[in-house]
Design a protein around this ligand. Structure first.
Ligand SMILES: [Zn+2]
Length: 303
């Protein structure tokens, strides 16, 4: 493992590695494709059954059993049972393939961006995957598999709940179709969130692996985007931390991108030659101050 140090003695901050919007869009498209397939499969079956055998309205409900036990309710339950079972089979394998493809492109992008940032700082290096990185990537894939599965499964169960309520309410087929579209939009927003959040997390995981590999220091950078930034993340902007430990925020050690919807990133710093150990044992406040000092010296020298 090669630890990098700045030959000039001054810290070198690398160009930031941002999550790639193209990678996010690709994952979002894949998630929406799956969701649309699930949605069209279940809604076409449900709407067809609903048209053939509409639920009894509240006025002609069976006085003894009510509308819920009508033949249409039974039919619909049977349809859901069959569709859920069929999708369970496909959801055994498909999410794994989707997650691997996404993680491959996210890692590829983050590595290329890091490589180019190192190159413009004058370092030509080779990346090596450590067992720790392999575990981290596998952990991300497992998380994504769970999210993809539950996106599809939750959509099916949400549609089921909604349809059964429609039967009880004696809603007509037009009202049901509209409700189905609303349900789809809710799940589609969830898919977009998963793509964005997982892309932030994947980029952070790879950045952290490279920082670890080359003995780099890290600096928290608030994304500056998002409508509801966390106050503590805005305040943490500029804090230098050890990437192995994480940044101390709100009493916890965390990494950028770890909390849901966190778009913060980690900037990498190549420590000055001969002083690579100087951050060791320093508090974050001291590290940040030390970095700010060396920067103002650099600026003064440059002026
Ligand atoms: Zn954040």
């Amino acid at each position: 493992m090669q630890k990098l140090t700045s030959p000039t003695g001054r810290d070198i901050e690398l160009k930031p590695v941002h999550p790639n919007v193209g990678v996010e869009a690709g994952f979002r498209r894949a998630l929406l494709k799956l969701l649309r397939e699930v949605h069209e499969d279940i809604s076409s079956a449900v709407l067809a059954a609903y048209r053939v055998d509409p639920p009894a309205t509240a006025t002609d409900a069976d006085p003894q059993f009510g509308t819920f036990w009508s033949s249409s309710a039974w039919n619909l339950q049977k349809i859901f049972k069959a569709k859920i079972a069929a999708w369970q089979g496909r959801l055994e394998t498909l999410p794994g393939l989707m997650a691997k493809a996404f993680m491959g492109s996210a890692a590829g992008h983050a590595n290329r961006a890091t490589m180019s940032a190192l190159k413009s700082a004058g370092f030509t290096v080779r990346f090596q995957m450590s067992p720790v990185e392999r575990d981290a990537i596998q952990g991300s894939i497992n998380e994504q598999v769970g999210l993809i599965r539950s996106l599809a499964e939750k959509h099916l169960s949400d549609v089921q709940g909604m349809v059964m309520r429609s039967v009880v309410a004696g809603r007509d087929v037009g009202g049901l179709a509209e409700e189905l579209r609303t349900r789809y939009d809710i799940s589609a927003r969830r898919a977009a969130f998963i793509a964005r959040d997982q892309n932030n997390k994947a980029t952070a995981t790879i950045t952290r692996a490279r920082q670890d590999e080359f003995g780099l220091q890290a600096r928290w950078a608030h994304s500056g985007s998002g409508r509801h930034p966390r106050r503590e993340h805005v305040l943490a902007d500029g804090t230098v931390y050890d990437p192995a430990e994480g940044c101390l925020i709100g009493g916890k050690r965390i990494w950028p991108g770890q909390e849901p919807n966190c778009g913060c990133i980690s900037l990498s710093i190549i420590p000055g030659a001969g002083r690579e150990g100087r951050y060791r044992g320093m508090s974050e406040k001291m590290r940040t101050a030390s970095l700010a000092r060396s920067r103002s010296i650099t600026r003064k020298r440059a002026a």
